[in-house]
Design a protein around this ligand. Structure first.
Ligand SMILES: Cc1ncc(COP(=O)(O)O)c(C=O)c1O
Length: 356
């Protein structure tokens, strides 16, 4: 980026992150992506980051400093938890995990040095819903910001700012980009939290290439049709699974039988096509055989794309709540394939399960 003259070079406001001045702060393509995400979600402004995890860590580091206390939901995305345990605690932050089912009762966990409350609804792998408006009411009464990983809800299905979130975090790698072909993250904030968050991202020197922003912007243009379609297919597949004799329960707030259904119905405009399935007790080898036999479900982590996925839900850490499933957990992502084909594939896979 070159400037017309010295006056325009030296006259740039360092807190103006919407003008071209230096590549790390963005290009017109970055700004177009950021503006589109912020508008869709109803936030004040957004900043693009190189991954969803980068968005999580930058958001946390805005508030969590040496000597502060950060409340983090026990159901947080595994690598977010690892960042807290390995980095924040080593840097003198008191990280406290809380039961995701706590609503306004979170008040009793607040300390004079609490800096923020971090949420994720539904939880990674286990899909517990959180009462974010109740948590936000308490947090705001104490002057604290609410940070939320809104990757599952997306800016399209969860209007985070209307529910009390101050800083909404997205792995744009998932439904926003939507085609499993780019890594990108985004943080959307309300006006009050914009500059603190944006300055943190600048301090870390995190930025995204215009090509990745362009892919994510193109993905964003079809997020509505993709998510509506995938939600409908996911409901069909989830209902099939819930009724299957080898399945104990399906962890999906969009199902009426889910304990989080009422909260989901109240707060969300739709559901992502990602859910958990707790099987009846089965041998480990037969669960692996089930997954490996699937022809239409890829085996991989990064959900939110066009293709269906299935993985085992392992290594779930809990310190403030209980997670004791009665059988093995698998996580399903429903893509754009026809649900009848997905069901036929799952049917043959489930037949491989051997009771234990
Ligand atoms: C809920 C959630 N948040 C954040 C992330 C991190 O996103 P990324 O893979 O872009 O770092 C993931 C990735 O799986 C996720 O599932």
């Amino acid at each position: 980026m070159l400037f017309e003259d010295t006056a325009s070079y030296e006259g740039v406001d360092p807190d103006d992150y919407k003008v071209m001045r230096y590549g790390v702060h963005g290009t017109p393509t970055t700004f177009a992506f950021e503006q589109a995400v912020a508008e869709l979600e109803g936030g004040y402004a957004a900043v693009a980051l190189p991954s969803g995890l980068a968005a999580i860590t930058a958001a946390m580091c805005t508030y969590a400093k040496h000597g502060t206390h950060l409340l983090v939901t026990d159901s947080a995305y595994g690598p977010a938890r690892r960042f807290c345990d390995k980095r924040l605690i080593a840097n003198g932050v008191e990280v406290e995990y809380y039961d995701p089912l706590l609503g306004s009762d979170i008040e009793r966990l607040l300390r004079p040095n609490t800096c923020a409350v971090y949420c994720e609804a539904p939880g990674s792998m286990t899909f517990e819903m959180q009462d974010i408006p109740a948590i936000a009411e308490v947090a705001h009464a104490h002057g604290l910001p609410v940070l939320a990983d809104n990757t599952w809800g997306t800016p399209y299905f969860f209007r985070a700012f209307e529910r009390g979130v101050d800083v909404s975090i997205h792995a744009g790698t998932k439904y926003i980009a939507g085609h499993s072909d780019t890594m990108i993250g985004a943080i959307v904030t309300n006006e009050r939290h914009w500059l603190p968050v944006r300055r943190t991202v600048a301090d870390f020197g995190m930025c995204v290439s215009p090509d990745d922003c362009w892919l994510a912007l193109r993905g964003l243009r079809t997020i509505g049709v993709r998510m509506q379609h995938q939600m409908q297919s996911a409901a069909v597949v989830a209902r099939f699974l819930a009724a299957h004799p080898r399945v104990s329960r399906v962890l999906y707030p969009a199902l009426e039988t889910d304990p989080g259904h009422a909260l989901w119905k109240r707060d969300f405009d739709g559901a992502a096509s990602l859910f958990g399935v707790v099987l009846k007790p089965a041998t480990e080898a037969s669960v692996i055989a089930l997954i490996d036999s699937l022809a239409l479900f890829g085996i991989g982590s990064s959900w939110g794309g066009y293709e269906s996925l299935a993985i085992r839900g392992k290594m779930i850490t809990r310190s403030a709540s209980r997670w004791q499933p009665e059988g093995p957990l698998i996580r399903i992502h429903v893509g754009l394939e026809h649900p009848d084909d997905l069901i036929a594939d799952l049917e043959q896979g489930l037949a491989r399960l051997i009771a234990s």
